[in-house]
Write a protein that binds this ligand. Structure first.
Ligand code: TPP
Length: 562
């Protein structure tokens, strides 16, 4: 078979049904193989957006891919690829590069620095990907593809594959396709028994245990296992910003995000007395841990990572998280765990019923997100961009099955709009019936201006997307840190609701603007919004100095001082 057929069939076999990217003369022949191998070609507006979209796709399906062209294309994508590395997203970045003859002959082709050097871009990619390969030899090309893709899946980080133009149609032995790539759990060592004993001893002693679910639970492929632990123990369960939206948040022992020193006092009081924390998939960046204040005390923490445990600060290696979690669930089922005699009183995220807000009240961040929460329904995908929407979404109660994308560490603004495209497509590709699920984006005006073109891709593929655009006249979150009145925190005053039509949506596409709760309520309850198809867009007008409650303002003040 041809090399390109092998590459795309392998990806298809692993669940990639759509290929993001942008054409260029070094990848055109490669792209000829996309559709014949049953992959939908998405065709993004630019490569940065394509990589953000592939990332959004991968967070839901477990693997995403994009094709870009040499130099100019791949470098546009590199910010997004770096973000995927930081937040552990398995994205395969395929780059069409010049022929082997051009590379060996140091030809002075375009998209180079005209110095015959062809390794600079792959050097850059190597810093932000977990594995790389340049397919130069047909005899080992399939093994190389499999090695790199397996690393992508195992580490849940992006990888980089260069395909020279003259290798696209090279004949390869594709027999390896008969065996799917699988990532086995690490082989359990004798450490597992010792670890289990230690954990159970801690569990027995504990009087006030809790669970903290962080975002690396997703790349560890432990969403179901952690949910089972949460349900089996009935211990109070919190998440980080990165971890919210992974497990069923409707159960009674789920209490939303632990905001550390910026949380409500009653919650801080409960957490301060906890004597055991099961911490799944910790990801301790400043932004994800409320300025490090929500990281539990290591002395009382059992941190579950891919293949190691950290118990009271001591590392126990070669303890695969799936294996130890299954063993724990067995022990818990047999009754060996601490139950709360009286379940503690700890607040939960809440929605404000429509009837509790007066129609004439002007929209403001203190109640907005709690009212918007009424719009959500099971299995929606919700994306909340860096900026005030990212903070707002942290307080929204999520119905069962809702996945949330919330800023954790990379925080590259503009990410969430293309990621919305990728997530919406992922939901469609995954759905057995071909039915769309709603994908809902909350995004500030400043972030929207970064990658607005991707509305065109959403329209072109008729994706079921609702955009809530927060118009607060610029970079409000930056105003909170510094430069409240400075013009550098203003953005151009776009006519946002004209965007859908400009980007190709039909004349009757639903758009609306809200300044008051009365207007917002009508919009949210309008069937064309809630049950419509395709793109819908709502502009929410807020004061430029208005920010969500305590945590944001407090954190920003802290950032300013550090
Ligand atoms: N450029 C990138 C690519 N990423 C960034 N994080 C920044 C700049 C710095 N930055 C962080 S938040 C932000 C900026 C410029 C402003 C976001 O403003 P907006 O989307 O309008 O949301 P708001 O806070 O106003 O609601």
């Amino acid at each position: 078979m041809k090399l390109a057929d092998y590459l795309f069939q392998r990806l298809h076999q692993l669940g990639v049904k759509s290929m993001h990217g942008v054409p260029g003369d070094f990848n055109l022949t490669l792209l000829d193989y996309v559709q014949p191998n049953n992959l939908l070609w998405v065709g993004n507006a630019n490569e940065l957006n394509a990589a953000y979209a592939a990332d959004g796709y991968a967070r839901l399906t477990g693997l995403g891919a994009l094709v870009t062209t040499f130099g100019v294309g791949e470098l546009s994508a590199i910010n997004a690829i770096a973000g995927a590395y930081a937040e552990r997203v398995p994205v395969v970045h395929i780059v069409g590069i010049p022929t082997r003859a051009q590379i060996n002959g140091r030809a002075l082709v375009h998209h180079t620095f005209c110095d015959g050097e062809f390794g600079r871009f792959s050097d850059m990619a190597a810093r932000v990907t977990a594995a790389q390969t340049r397919l130069l030899d047909a005899r080992v090309a399939c093994d190389e593809i499999d090695r790199v893709i397996a690393t992508c899946m195992r580490e849940s980080r992006p990888v980089y594959i260069e395909v020279p133009v003259d290798m696209v149609g090279a004949e390869v032995d594709g027999s390896a396709l008969k065996s799917p790539i699988t990532i086995s759990d690490a082989i359990p060592s004798s450490n597992v028994d010792a670890a289990l004993e230690k954990i159970l001893a801690k569990v027995k002693e504990a009087k006030k245990p809790m669970i903290l679910i962080d975002g690396e639970t997703r790349p560890m492929d432990m969403i179901k296992g952690v949910e089972d632990i949460m349900k089996a123990t009935n211990w109070p369960t919190f998440t980080t910003c990165f971890g919210k939206g992974l497990v069923d948040e409707t159960v009674a022992n789920f209490h939303g995000i632990n905001m550390g020193a910026f949380d409500l006092q009653e919650r801080q009081d409960f957490i301060k007395d906890v004597d055991l924390v099961f911490s799944y998939g910790p990801h301790n960046s400043w932004t994800n841990t409320h300025a490090y204040t929500s990281i539990p005390n290591p002395e009382i923490t059992i941190a579950f990572q891919d293949t190691k445990l950290i118990i009271g600060g001591d590392i126990i290696r070669d303890v695969p998280v799936k294996v130890i979690t299954d063993r724990l669930l067995e022990s818990f089922a047999a009754g060996s765990f601490k139950k709360y005699d009286t379940y503690p009183t700890i607040s939960r995220d809440y929605a404000i019923p429509y009837s509790d807000v007066s129609d004439n009240d002007i929209l403001a961040q203190d109640r907005l997100w709690h009212v918007m929460a009424n719009f959500l329904r099971p299995n929606d995908v919700l994306l909340a961009e860096t900026g005030t929407p990212g903070y707002g979404a942290r307080e929204m109660p999520l119905p069962k099955g809702v996945r949330l994308f919330n800023p954790a560490t990379w925080l590259s603004i503009g990410y969430m709009l293309p990621a919305t495209q990728g997530a919406a497509l992922a939901r469609r590709d995954q759905s057995a019936s071909g039915e769309d699920a709603r994908t809902i984006l909350l995004i500030g005006d400043g972030s929207f201006q970064m990658t607005a073109q991707e509305l065109g891709t959403i329209v072109a593929h008729n994706l079921d997307v609702v955009v809530f655009l927060i118009n607060n006249a610029g970079y409000t979150i930056e105003r909170c840190i510094h430069g409240r009145e400075q013009a550098y925190n203003d953005v151009a005053d776009w006519r946002y609701l004209e965007a859908p039509k400009f980007f190709g949506a039909k004349e009757d596409t639903f758009t609306a603007r809200a300044k008051t709760y009365g207007e917002l309520k009508n919009i949210l309850q309008d069937k064309r919004m809630s049950d419509g198809k395709g793109l819908r867009m709502v502009e929410i007008m807020l004061d430029k100095d208005d920010a969500p409650r305590g945590p944001l303002v407090g954190l920003m003040a802290k950032q300013k001082g550090t």
